[in-house]
Design a protein around this ligand. Structure first.
Ligand SMILES: Nc1ncnc2c1ncn2[C@@H]1O[C@H](COP(=O)(O)OP(=O)(O)OP(=O)(O)O)[C@@H](O)[C@H]1O
Length: 270
């Protein structure tokens, strides 16, 4: 089976990985316009990005810069106006609805700000829910590995109401990983958490990459959260404005400051 990068046109844009590094998901010439005529909004404007395999990528940028739109296009929840999105071996932009639904069930994992757990199910039942819906068998060895990494072994029989916010979000992370998806998409995963719980969740997301080999993309406004990533993509006005490797909270803050002051490198599309 060919890998995603084998299809991707190799260009030199700032969001595109150098030769030798493999993308698990990628977008090329991604443009999304909402509305028409005088009220039209270009939410994404010719964006090229690679999400590196087995790495945690943070996506940052000012409000309205296109972060959610990029996540929605990657998940096939939004159809781009033009351009291509590939996740694993699937061309999301050309998939039929039925296959997209299937991909979202088992090929993608989602973590949201608001946890989105089913209150009547135990932690274990919430974690295995994507497999139950897809009528797939639970791989007990993988389940155990994920539960161990997320530190929830002694909480599996608890319902969400009996868990702290941080524990609930760790259940949501385990649920996102249980199908071994090609890509985990996390949208402000620590937005509702105190800093200690946020640290636990981010530590787990990073471990899921380093120890379990997952590929994770995370939208965040928080430079400290972004510092857990291997690579940060900065969007501004719907364009990919900058990329930072091996970020620290300080270097992320600097780049964000430069972006809002309009002194960042010019938006790069190729
Ligand atoms: N369904 C929609 N209809 C019209 N315009 C939209 C729609 N969704 C997003 N937009 C516009 O597209 C642009 C990008 O929005 P998007 O939500 O992707 O930004 P964001 O970076 O995620 O913002 P935030 O950090 O505030 O969540 C904004 O100008 C927004 O108003």
């Amino acid at each position: 089976m060919t890998t995603a990068t084998a299809h991707a046109p190799r260009r030199t844009g700032v969001g595109i990985l150098p030769v030798g590094r493999v993308a698990r998901a990628w977008a090329r010439n991604l443009t999304k316009e909402y509305g028409t005529g005088a009220t039209a909004v270009t939410a994404l404007d010719d964006v090229d990005v690679d999400l590196e395999e087995g790495r945690l990528t943070a996506i940052m940028g000012p409000s309205g810069s296109g972060k959610s739109t990029l996540m929605h296009c990657l998940a096939g929840l939004d159809r781009p106006t033009s351009g291509t999105v590939v996740v694993g071996d699937h061309d999301v932009t050309r998939m039929r609805q039925r296959h997209l639904t299937q991909l979202r069930r088992t090929g993608l994992g989602f973590v949201f700000q608001s946890f989105n757990l089913v209150p009547t199910l135990t932690a274990e039942e919430n974690i295995t829910l994507p497999l139950d819906i897809a009528r797939e068998r639970v791989d007990r060895a993988w389940f155990d590995e994920v539960v161990e990494a997320v530190g929830l072994r002694d909480r599996l029989s608890h319902r969400p109401g009996e868990l702290s916010g941080g524990q609930q979000q760790r259940v949501a992370c385990a649920r996102a990983l249980v199908t071994r998806p090609a890509l985990v998409l996390a949208d402000e995963p620590t937005g509702n958490l105190d800093s200690r719980s946020a640290g636990e969740v981010l530590g787990f997301l990073r471990r899921s990459v380093d120890e379990l080999g997952q590929t994770v993309a995370m939208v965040t406004h928080d430079p400290r959260a972004a510092s857990y990533a291997h690579r940060v993509l900065f969007l501004a006005d719907g364009r990919l404005a900058d990329v930072l490797e091996n970020p620290t909270a300080e270097t992320v803050l600097e780049r964000l400051g430069a972006l809002t002051a309009g002194t960042s490198p010019a938006a790069v599309t190729a």
